[in-house]
Each structure stands twice: as structure tokens, then as C-alpha cells.
Design a protein around this ligand. Structure first.
Ligand SMILES: [Fe+2]
Length: 399
């Protein structure tokens, strides 16, 4: 199968392009080398990329040259996939869906990029364009106080399994990372970057405290070298007996929206319009507790909804559907939010060594792809569906 997509990439981009995949046992994951995203994309190239993500769910365009590739180039690239959504971390709290009146951008010195720039002055600075409201700076460093320096690095246990912003009337459908720096230090017992936080006999929080121990074991089996962990919900769906697929095909879930203060039933099983691949869209009872309310299944009580979705989550998190994606500087990695769920791994924070630095830029998009730029989203659609009516500025599109 990779031969066919490889041929399409070579026809569109040139004979120097190479594809490797699938990267995961489930059939997900494609790594493409030889595409320089400093160059604007032609429609024929965008089409191949859209098809590749539809088919492989996770696609890495490796080897961007970080001395010339900027976050502005990255945001221009993101515009082909959908309209980029501003990220709440760039605004004064309370964030995004919890307030709708006069949200204010954080002052420059409090922006995530400024805090990163204060950690290793002269050694590691965010790439140009990282200040965009649409860019989430994912970093484990900031300028440390004397007490923090004295205390040394801390260990976070990773996030809960989720899909990015699935509760909007139009959910996000793709997220992407540009990797600036990935950790290289391997000093934990066993030669990993961090020790296994499960050795702490930690409480289940922020998952429900009474969660099933077996399910908790699957949730907490996370990579220890800063990889992003994915579960392939298309492969998990395909592995189900057809009677079960039919049953799930009729299920509607209700996700609470802070924006509209209501729930609308949406299908649990989604079909990718390009590939025709069916998948389970964020089949989780409580994707990001305590920030989000539990999901309810249409026609079920809250308790029955939780039991039902826990069972699906345990199915999806089995080893054969899991994939831990290792990051390298210069990678642009996209993932389809309808066909995967993901989790941020345990990481070291308050780091004092550049070897431990993990610095990514993330952009997430919604709406239709665009073969040419600038996008032509109707202003009333942008106003309704994109926080603050944001559109990428012209100077970024023309970077
Ligand atoms: Fe996420």
C-alpha cells in the first residue's frame, strides 16, 4: 500500500520524495521525507497530502530546516487543512469557551513564547511566528525562580486520553505539531527520559477515582521518552464484529458545549469523506476531566453512558491499536482527530538542561481544506465557528 502513496508523492513533489509506513502495527502512520514546506504548496500537492492523512491518520513531513522554516510557514501550511483556531493559552483566563466577552490576549511578557525564551537565553528561542494566537507553544521550560531551581525538575504524569476540542458544533478535525526540540537525556532507571510514574501508586485523578483498574492500566501505559501516544480508532472500529459495528453506527453522543451551554447529539461513528474509512470519534466518557463534563450517550443515563464508553475505551487502548510517536526536530506531524485519540506523555518540567527541552508548536484546524490560499471562508462562518473570528493575517500567508 505504501508503494501506491509513495508513487503519488513522487509524481506530485518530485522523485526525491520518500515515504515510509505504516509506522504503527494498526496500519496508521506515514513518514514522508524530501518536502520543504518553506515553499508554497500547489493544489496537486495539497491533494496528495489530504489523501495521505485520510488513509494513514498520522503523517510526518520530516526534515524541515529550522534555520529557515518558521512558525509563520507552519501556520501558512495549516491553512490548507482548515481554519486555524486560536488557542486559549494565549489569552487571559478564564479561557476560550468559558467566556465570550472581550477576551484579551496575554501581554507579550506573559505569552508562552516569552516564558520559553526566558529559560535558556541565547541558547534556545522560539522560532519567528510563535506569538500567533493560533499557535499553542508546547514546552516544558520557563525562566525559573530560585526556589524552582533549587527544587530541580518535576515530573508530570501526562494528560488524559482525548481528542482536541471535539465538543464544538464543528469539531476540530486535524491537529499538527512542528517539533523544534525533543529531549535527548536518558537518565531514568531503565534508560528512559523519565521514570515510570505508575511506580508512584498514584491516585486515578483526574480520571474517576473508582475507575476500573484494568482500564486505568491501559490508560496509564504511556511512553517515557516524550513521545506522543496515539490510539487508532479506525483500526479499532474495523476490528469489531459487523453486528457490533452496526450497533455503534446508530449511537449518538452528547458532548456539553461551553459555548452554546447545551448538548447536541452527534454520531459516535464517523466516515472520512476522502478515504471512506470509518472510525470512532472521541469515544471517551470524560475526555479532559475536570475541565469537561462527562459525555452522555443519547438515551442512556450518565452511569450507563460511562459504562458503555469505558468499554469502548478499553477496546481502543489495546496494544494493537496503540502507537507511540517519537519526535525529531524539524518534523511536522499531523493527526486526524476523527480517527485517533491521543495523550501527552509524562514529561520533566522546570528543566535546567537543554538536553531535557521539549519544545513543539501546535496548530489545530476546523472546516474544509483549501487547495489554494488565502482561504475563502465566508465571514459569517468564521464569526460563528472560529474563536474571535480569527483568520491568519495576510503577511503570514505571503511569508
Ligand atoms: Fe491534545
Amino acid at each position: 500500500m505504501v508503494k501506491a502513496i509513495n508513487e503519488r508523492f513522487r509524481q506530485a513533489f518530485g522523485a526525491h520524495v520518500r515515504c515510509a509506513g505504516p509506522l504503527a502495527a494498526s496500519g496508521a502512520g506515514l513518514r514522508v521525507s524530501g518536502i520543504d514546506l518553506c515553499n508554497p504548496l500547489r493544489p496537486v500537492e495539497v491533494n496528495v497530502l489530504l489523501d495521505a492523512l485520510g488513509q494513514y491518520r498520522i503523517v510526518t513531513l520530516a526534515g524541515q530546516r529550522l534555520d529557515s522554516f518558521s512558525v509563520a510557514h507552519f501556520e501558512r501550511f495549516a491553512n490548507h487543512w482548515g481554519a486555524p483556531l486560536p488557542h486559549p493559552s494565549n489569552f487571559k483566563r478564564p479561557a476560550l469557551d468559558r467566556f465570550m466577552d472581550n477576551p484579551e490576549l496575554l501581554p507579550r511578557e506573559e505569552r508562552p513564547s516569552s516564558r520559553v525564551n526566558g529559560a535558556f537565553p541565547g541558547e534556545l528561542q522560539c522560532l519567528p511566528g510563535a506569538d500567533s494566537p493560533a499557535v499553542l507553544v508546547v514546552a516544558n521550560m520557563h525562566g525559573l525562580s530560585d526556589e524552582e531551581r533549587e527544587a530541580g525538575p518535576t515530573l508530570t504524569r501526562g494528560t488524559t486520553w482525548h481528542t482536541d476540542i471535539e465538543h464544538h458544533p464543528i469539531p476540530l478535525h486535524v491537529s499538527m505539531f512542528l517539533v523544534h526540540k525533543a529531549p535527548v537525556s536518558r537518565d531514568a532507571p531503565g534508560g528512559t527520559w523519565v521514570r515510570d510514574p505508575r511506580s508512584d501508586s498514584a491516585p486515578n485523578a483526574p480520571y474517576f477515582e473508582d475507575a476500573d483498574p484494568e482500564l486505568m492500566g491501559l490508560r496509564r501505559a504511556l511512553p517515557l521518552n516524550g513521545e506522543t501516544s496515539y490510539a487508532d480508532t479506525a483500526a479499532a472500529y474495523a476490528a469489531l464484529p459487523s453486528a457490533e459495528q452496526r450497533r455503534l453506527g446508530s449511537i449518538r453522543v452528547r458532548r456539553y458545549s461551553y459555548a452554546t451551554k447545551e448538548t447536541v447529539p452527534v454520531p459516535l461513528v464517523r466516515t472520512n469523506p476522502r478515504s471512506g474509512i470509518k472510525s470512532l470519534h472521541s469515544p471517551l466518557s470524560c475526555p479532559r476531566p475536570p475541565r469537561q463534563l462527562p459525555v452522555e450517550v443519547d438515551g442512556m443515563s450518565r452511569a450507563a453512558s460511562r459504562d458503555f464508553l469505558d468499554e469502548i475505551e478499553a477496546h481502543v487502548l489495546q496494544r494493537e491499536f496503540r502507537y507511540d510517536h517519537a519526535h525529531s526536530p524539524g518534523d511536522v506531524t499531523l493527526w486526524d482527530l476523527f480517527t485517533t485519540i491521543h495523550v501527552a506523555p509524562p514529561i520533566k518540567e522546570n528543566i535546567q538542561s537543554l538536553d531535557d527541552a521539549r519544545l513543539f508548536y501546535r496548530i489545530s484546524c476546523k472546516g474544509e481544506p483549501a487547495l489554494t490560499l488565502p482561504r475563502r471562508d465566508p465571514p459569517e462562518w468564521v464569526e460563528e465557528h472560529i474563536f474571535l473570528g480569527y483568520t491568519t493575517p495576510r503577511e503570514v500567508i505571503e511569508v
